[in-house]
Design a protein around this ligand. Sequence first.
Ligand SMILES: *Cc1c(COP(=O)(O)O)cnc(C)c1O
Length: 389
Amino acid sequence: MTHQNHSFDTRSVHVGEEPEFLDGSKNEVVSPIFLSSTFARKEVKNHGQFEYSRSGNPTRFALEKRYASLEQTEYGLGFASGLAAEATLLFTLLKPGDNIIGFDDLYGGTKRLFKQWKDNYDITISLVDAAQPHLVEAAIQPGTKLIWLESPTNPLLKVCDIAAISEIAHRHNVLVIVDNTFLSPYFQNPTVLGADIVVHSVTKYITGHSDVVGGAIMLNDKSLYEKIKFNQNALGAIPSPFDCYLVLRGLKTLSLRMEKHQSNAFAIAEYLENHPKVERVYYPGLKSHPQYELSLKQAKGFGGMVSFEIKGGEKEAVQFLECLELFTLAESLGGVESLIEHPALMTHSSITKKEREQAGIKDSLIRVSVGVEDKTDLINDLEQAFRQI
Ligand SMILES: *Cc1c(COP(=O)(O)O)cnc(C)c1O
């Protein structure tokens, strides 16, 4: 059955796991975990659909179908991590002398990866505030190959106009890649807005239970897909069948989880905005957010990530974080449990202090991945920690 006319919630449950009654054997409701690393053939010169698990595996195949369906693209590809997906993309798309334009508030690990390419392969990187599309256009140079965006960004939750930037990029023959990790395909589909390639850290909302490290790429262009698929096999940064099974399972509740993440995040953002010990709150769903209107226009929701600056500095932030009982002090995000962290000392410590200051990541900044627990319990925990500082 094709699920083309079905809504997101239906596709996230079914695509890739339809029982087929061809010979009565493939009638399982849940995709099995195909552990076999290799597949037998009848003839020396011909192999069946699967040959060797690095190049293709039935559990991964089921998941890749679902990836494409959820981002509304033709093709989906699974990887061992978000960064493995990103590295495979850079390896496929760039040659010496090329230039990448990136949002200045990109995920720290993405910036670290860019720096490897810059130092080793003669690639130049231009980081700009993509919340202002004219700055992206001004940064385009003859060697510019791709524009790398996140929206909202990590950790400042800046939003950029994906449609406007895609239009600018395509006028200059430049590809647009959007890291859609923060909103998940449930709230935003960048290729529908005009972007060329979507990349995800599946580790976050897509899996949703903090028990898989994974990545994904979704796109429509057939020849680009074939090149990336070639390198998925050639570089070999593939996800294990067991991880693919866990992601297929996690995806079935993506819409339920995202709705709850968002309603809890709203409650927490409003609570923080009215708190005397808070300097500033970053959440695209607040009317005070500079790109609130744009978020409403290009996404179906605002997600579950909230950042805020506590009054004071590093000392107050660290003290506050260590007083929390229900929030887990940990890197990562997008799981059912609420996580909290200090970007300058944790997720973004791999970028220099100067770069952090330029990007506006202060030592008083705290990032919250709001889970699906009861919102009153979460707010009570924040309140008891505020009272202790
Ligand atoms: C976590 C993350 C990544 C990296 O993904 P891994 O799965 O950890 O390799 C990339 N982009 C964003 C926005 C992330 O949050």
